[in-house]
Design a protein around this ligand. Structure first.
Ligand SMILES: Cc1cc2nc3c(=O)[nH]c(=O)nc-3n(C[C@H](O)[C@H](O)[C@H](O)COP(=O)(O)OP(=O)(O)OC[C@H]3O[C@@H](n4cnc5c(N)ncnc54)[C@H](O)[C@@H]3O)c2cc1C
Length: 811
């Protein structure tokens, strides 16, 4: 065994094999894979191994397309051909119009990745899958490239190629300890000796947390038992001139594919079961869980009704094995939070289909720092401290029970709630607040007209439309109050703090005490990494000069890693998270100054506290820090309050607001207003796939500044000119917003992709942001939006059409 390697990948299932192979493809050959038993002896060996192209966003569709192309290439290799049924096709069934709407949206989104799904009716489903009944069926989504692959051969083929490129593989070699040296390198201690390496990768499937524990981390991954049956031969299949396509059924929760001359049917029963929560038997290798047919009888009934031939077909064998889930159903592929030089590729629940793509994106992240797609939807740092085993298992059960039921817009499912609350949550619930979940936090979406109000789940505008319109109107005309909990807040101190931040931001950081500035952080490739406000809080009896770095709620672990990993060894900078200690009460509207003046002694006049100021004060008797910043486009104040005095500050503001028509408002109103104002949202409009000029952030970049992260890469990019540009669109349609990912077309050509869409209630326009080909980005340009399958005219308009002179913010 080698004593040193650049990367050690732990785990020889599809995740590890794909990562190893792709590292060699990215040019790193000094890489090693260590497997405790044989390759594929975890979950991979018994996988149903369906390979599908369907995904809920463009990153997932793109990585699955990579898997399909790679597997096809491997299967065609004359030296080591593998069994891959490529292109059997697959149908995702639907029996409600709302499910069909969703499929139309996902088809529009996939078009942007050059993937062509088809929406078909029930008769066409039957024509393509002759074994089904069309009872209670509206139609479905046709995925032409669906198929299945031999998982063992696939892994062998990847390893074969990786070895040829210089990689080494050690099987029957359990990793038993991990130690990190001070310089960030790792020592991987195995039963057969030690290997030192620069980077370690956890690809340990259901044993993820055994290895996690060795490096002192807990990964939010839980395993579920999952069963499929293999049937006896079916005459109609034997006789058929082509293979049966795959089926996915959100009505009765099963999937099905052809296996030899029979069927393989897998079940997602409601009465499902977690696995291995109290530890895993070390001898569970190449093993299965005991069969449990009784558990799936409910689902079986649905499958029988859809495929009557099953009633007279015997079961040949049953497979029941552990399958891993995370909190939101997507895996964790990327840097391990809080660790240097450590990555994971875990929580894969469809790892055979996705594994090729995930290994590809992970290898790019390891070698280049970032992948070709924005990988936030699979980033291990998207969950923060609330993501413990108990919460993960509750979400895993919920997700398993809804396996093929995609989330509708604004759908927040109940399991594991409330995870993060403030002292106001119950108070606001009593005011009929509807809550959305943002990184575990319960945030007010809007105030319901009654406790019984339940809007329908839909891709169209729903019954909340007028409610949100009224909240916006009150902010525009009077004043509104909104709790923003969980907003990410770091306190940065130390003599080198500003020099450090100047290196991190692509524009000089405003150092003036009492002032606030917005800025952007780029990655090494010159792409948009993060957005943050910097508030300079002067020394007071509450502390020394401090910098507050504020960014999106979900960015806490992401931004903390990015910042701390860039502090030079000789720099004196301290970063402390205040995210869980402070909550913002957002006061917005023309009368917000009056409300603030009525409950706080300071002079809030625009001369003494102009836009982009910060000051410490009291709201009633609660210590608070106030910033004059606005995401709504109205005169507004962010009031940051320590959580222990949040309720007291809230009561003071409510009382002061009585004379000014103050009402509560929520996230949905904020979304509408920020889009009217041209403000962007992290990981919706601000993506690592685009540089700041493409994103329209020109005024936030100072290229003649000494140096900043991403500068040289950005300068190189500039020479090539922008590929696409972020634009604002008005949409000629009043029944539905543009949904993220939807495609913009000119003729048959995709020219852009929607990033955000919402009705602008002050301007009465259906608004969207989109990245479009740069030659289409001029104001006035027209194109078509594929909105839920309809072609809708759209026009590029000026960014931030509401109050473009900023007279309302500056009032
Ligand atoms: C019944 C069933 C049907 C499925 N059907 C499909 C399907 O149709 N399509 C699809 O895409 N997915 C399917 N899946 C899911 C898919 O099989 C998994 O997502 C995938 O196999 C996970 O691969 P992995 O590499 O992450 O984990 P594993 O295959 O479990 O590999 C992890 C490896 O790490 C090794 N390891 C663990 N600890 C150590 C250690 N300390 N030292 C060294 N090595 C270690 C293990 O021995 C193991 O080989 C199915 C799963 C099940 C259970």
């Amino acid at each position: 065994m080698k004593s040193r390697a650049r990367v050690v990948v732990i785990g020889g299932g599809i995740a590890g094999c794909s990562t190893l192979y792709h590292l060699t493809q990215e040019g790193w050959s000094d890489v090693v894979l260590i497997e405790r038993n044989e390759l594929t002896s975890g979950t991979t060996w018994h996988s149903a191994a369906q390979v599908t192209n369907f995904g809920l966003n463009q990153t997932m569709v793109g990585l699955k397309t990579h898997s399909i192309n790679l597997y096809k290439e491997l299967s065609d290799d004359p030296d080591y051909p593998i069994n891959y049924h490529h292109g059997d096709g697959g149908i995702r069934l639907a029996n409600t119009e709302e499910q069909m709407q969703g499929y139309r949206h996902f088809a529009s989104m996939a078009r942007g990745m050059d993937v062509h799904f088809e929406i078909i009716d029930a008769e066409e489903c039957l024509r393509r899958h002759p074994l089904i009944s069309t009872d209670n069926l509206l139609g479905g989504l046709w995925d032409p490239l669906d198929g299945d692959i031999d998982p063992y051969q696939l892994c062998q083929s990847l390893i074969r190629r990786a070895r040829k490129a210089g990689a080494e593989v050690y099987t029957d070699t359990p990793v038993i300890a991990l130690k990190q040296y001070e310089n960030g390198d790792w020592n991987v201690h195995t039963e057969k000796g030690d290997i030192d390496c620069d980077i370690v990768v956890n690809a340990c499937g259901y044993r993820v947390n055994e290895v996690g524990q060795m490096m002192g981390v807990h990964h939010p991954v839980a395993s579920m038992e999952h069963q499929y049956f293999l049937t006896e031969d079916i005459f109609a299949i034997k006789q058929a001139s082509q293979r049966m396509p795959l089926l996915r059924c959100p009505i009765s929760d099963y999937y099905c594919r052809q296996e030899k001359n029979g069927l393989l049917i897998g079940f997602y029963e409601q009465n499902c079961k977690t696995w291995g929560m109290d530890g895993i038997d070390p001898s569970f290798v190449n093993a299965l869980c005991p069969d449990d047919i009784d558990r799936v009888t409910d689902v079986l009934e649905g499958a029988f009704a859809r495929m009557p031939v099953l009633r007279k077909t015997g079961i040949r064998s049953i497979v029941n094995g552990p399958i891993t889930y995370t909190i939101d159903g997507a895996p964790l592929v990327g840097p391990i939070p809080g660790k240097r030089n450590a990555y994971c590729i875990i929580g894969l629940r469809a790892g055979l289909g996705e594994g090729g793509g995930h290994g590809w994106l992970l290898a790019q992240q390891i070698v280049h720092g970032e992948a070709c797609y924005d990988t936030w939807c699979i980033d291990p740092r998207r969950f923060t401290a609330h993501a413990n085993t108990e919460l993960t298992s509750l979400k895993a059960i919920e997700d398993y029970q809804n396996e093929f039921r995609f989330h509708f817009p604004h759908e927040h499912r109940p399991a594991g709630r409330p995870a993060k609350t403030t002292s106001l949550t119950a108070v606001l619930a009593a005011e009929n607040a509807e809550f959305a979940v943002v990184n575990g936090w319960e945030r007010v979406e809007y105030i319901k007209p009654s406790a019984e109000f339940h809007p329908s789940l839909s891709f169209h505008f729903d019954e909340t439309f007028d409610i949100v319109a009224d909240e916006v109107k009150n902010v525009r005309d009077n004043v509104g109050l909104c709790e923003v909990n969980g907003f990410n807040r770091f306190e940065i101190t130390g003599p080198d703090a500003y020099d450090f931040l100047d290196r991190m931001f692509c524009k000089p950081v405003n150092r003036k005490p009492g002032r606030v500035g917005l800025g952007y952080l780029l990655n090494d490739s010159g792409m948009v990494k993060s957005e943050a406000t910097i508030a300079n809080i002067p020394a007071s009896d509450r502390g020394e000069n401090r910098i507050w770095y504020g960014s999106a709620a979900a960015s806490e672990f992401h931004d903390m890693d990015w910042l701390t990993q860039h502090i030079n060894y000789n720099e004196k900078v301290q970063i402390k998270s205040l995210t869980n200690d402070q909550t913002i009460l957002l006061l917005a509207g023309p009368k917000s100054r009056d409300v603030l003046s009525a409950c706080s002694r300071e002079d809030w006049g625009k001369e003494s506290f102009p836009w982009l100021s910060v000051r410490e004060c009291f709201i009633g008797f609660s210590a608070a820090t106030v910033m004059s910043v606005s995401f709504s486009g109205e005169l507004a104040y962010e009031i940051h309050v320590p959580n222990e005095s949040l309720y007291a500050a809230y009561l003071s503001l409510r009382k002061a607001g009585e004379a000014h028509g103050m009402k509560l408002f929520g996230l949905r109103a904020v979304e509408s207003m920020r889009m009217e104002k041209g403000f962007l949202s992290w990981k919706a409009d601000l993506l690592t796939e685009f540089d700041p000029f493409e994103t329209g952030l020109d005024r936030f970049v100072t290229l003649d500044k000494d140096n900043f992260i991403g500068k040289s890469a950005l300068e190189k990019r500039l020479k090539k000119g922008p590929r696409q540009k972020l634009v604002t669109l008005s949409i000629d349609c009043s029944y539905a917003p543009a949904h993220r990912g939807a495609s913009l077309m000119v003729g048959n050509k995709v020219v852009g992709t929607i990033t955000s869409g919402e009705w602008g209630h002050r301007l009465n326009i259906n608004l969207a942001y989109a990245f479009v080909d740069s030659e289409k980005a001029e104001v006035g340009n027209k194109m078509m939006l594929n909105l839920l399958g309809e072609m809708i005219p759209v026009k590029v308009i000026d960014s931030g059409p509401y109050d473009s002179s900023y007279s309302r913010i500056l009032a």
